[in-house]
Design a protein around this ligand. Structure first.
Ligand SMILES: NC(=O)c1ccc[n+]([C@@H]2O[C@H](COP(=O)([O-])OP(=O)(O)OC[C@H]3O[C@@H](n4cnc5c(N)ncnc54)[C@H](OP(=O)(O)O)[C@@H]3O)[C@@H](O)[C@H]2O)c1
Length: 407
């Protein structure tokens, strides 16, 4: 068993949680030797002598063989993580933005410098999904993966469903109780869910993606009229990270979806996360748990630290086999709503199956090419709310593949 001398970056929600859970656990062969934080004026729960404000106190210390990076700044984290690897230190991180934006480079670096790089806490907090995808599902029989990976948006959607309040009112409440950041963009526009989906795509299907390749539609423009529409038709709206393998290709996106009570996500409430993994032989398996919070997230970090005592590392076997390709040219059934009816014209529908037009709220349901739903469309028409239909997606994508194969 390896003795781990830990250099900890960050002593906020997750960093202080790790300090406590590590002390309470029986991981006798791991100690936190140094803690580096940013703000020297902040009051801390430990003596000031426990902290340093100089990253080199950890990065240049030859005694420290594991850097645990738990800071809230992805750019500074990039510098810390890459320098730690170059200095021969193993790294554990919870930073999905950093990982999703630099996936390929980080894998290359960790291989070049022969160190481990683990990040279970970066996807769905306490749910042990990455190591399961790496180890248990280490074969090609995975078919699809769906996740409610962002607690903030799930909390907002759960409350919108139960209360008659507007999105803005509930977002403000969520910020006050600490379930949403003061700048909620990464959460409500689906970026956080997308970063997590990118990590899932790597471990589920061996696929490396760039953030700009993966579509993320958020919930910023959802209206109570959309919620009422959903309720009248027996749906709930959930923000879902979705990926499906079709033949040798993978299709993936983050988008709000209308889900029925027998579909993935319907019963996942408030800040909870869930992941559904579907294999050809194992059928569907559901993991659910807390996706955020001090102890739940720290427990995933602790699990990585514990695994490192036995020299564990991800092997990226699916990535090295690398058979699958990314595909974003296909059709999808959508619901588009707006308070300004003329913006419905900005999306070209191949078929229209239902439409409602009024002076203050309009929607259209039909099939479109998914490629239209890029960020420019959103930027130019900021009042649009777009949702997919959960029940049909898996079957529709399968049907489109069968059609292509048959012709
Ligand atoms: N919170 C969750 O539930 C959760 C769940 C999953 C993943 N994560 C991820 O875990 C990471 C940490 O999140 P958090 O919620 O614990 O953040 P947080 O509570 O805001 O704490 C951030 C910590 O980072 C330190 N810091 C910021 N920039 C630094 C720098 N350049 N050098 C050294 N320290 C620096 C801060 O120092 P000061 O104390 O001096 O300000 C603070 O201690 C993030 O990547 C986040 O995405 C969080």
């Amino acid at each position: 068993m390896n003795k781990l001398n830990i250099g900890l970056f960050g002593f906020g929600c997750v960093g202080s949680g790790l300090y406590e859970v590590l002390n309470k656990s029986n991981l006798l062969n791991a100690t936190i030797n140094k803690i580096v934080v940013k703000d020297p004026t902040k009051k801390r729960s430990l003596s000031p002598s426990a902290f340093s404000y100089n990253k080199h106190d950890i990065l240049d210390d030859p005694e420290i063989n594991l850097v645990v990076e738990l800071i809230d700044d992805a750019e500074a984290a990039y510098d810390i993580v890459t320098t730690a690897m170059k200095n021969g230190k193993h790294v554990v991180s919870a930073n999905k933005k950093l990982i999703a934006e630099h996936l390929e480079e980080l894998i290359q670096l960790k291989e070049k410098y022969n160190v481990s790089f683990l990040y279970e806490a970066a996807v769905c907090g306490s749910i042990p999904v990455i190591r399961n995808l790496e180890e248990y599902y280490n074969n090609d029989s995975l078919d699809s993966i769906q996740g409610i990976c962002n607690g903030t948006t799930n909390y907002i959607l759960s409350r919108l469903d139960k209360e008659g309040k507007s999105f803005d009112e509930i977002l403000k409440d969520a910020q006050e109780v600490g379930f949403a950041e003061s700048d909620p963009t990464l959460d409500i526009d689906g970026f956080d869910s997308k970063f997590k989906l990118q990590i899932l795509l790597l471990h589920a299907f061996g696929l490396i993606t760039r953030p700009e390749e993966v579509l993320n539609l958020g919930i910023r423009n959802i209206k109570q009229s959309d919620i009422r529409f959903a309720q009248e038709k027996g749906y709930r709206i959930k923000l879902i990270s979705f990926a499906k393998k079709i033949g040798e290709e993978v299709r993936a996106f983050v988008a709000p979806q209308f889900v029925r009570d027998d579909s993935f996500g319907y019963n996942v409430e408030n800040e909870f996360n869930a992941v559904s993994i579907e294999g050809l032989f194992a059928d569907r398996q559901l993991f659910t748990g807390k996706g955020a919070g001090s102890y739940p997230t720290a427990s995933a970090v602790l699990s990585d630290v514990s695994a490192l005592q036995f020299s564990y590392d991800y092997e990226y076997r699916k990535f090295k086999r690398n058979k699958l390709k990314w595909n974003d040219e296909y059709k999808i059934r959508v619901f588009v709503s707006t308070s300004e009816q003329e913006s419905l014209q900005k999306i070209e529908f191949l078929t229209v199956e239902e439409e409602f037009i009024s002076s203050h709220y309009s929607y259209r349901i039909g099939e479109i090419e998914i490629k239209q739903l890029n960020h420019q469309l959103y930027r130019e028409n900021p009042e649009l709310f777009i949702s997919f239909f959960g029940e049909g997606i898996l079957k529709d994508l399968q049907k489109q593949e069968e059609f292509v194969l048959a012709h």
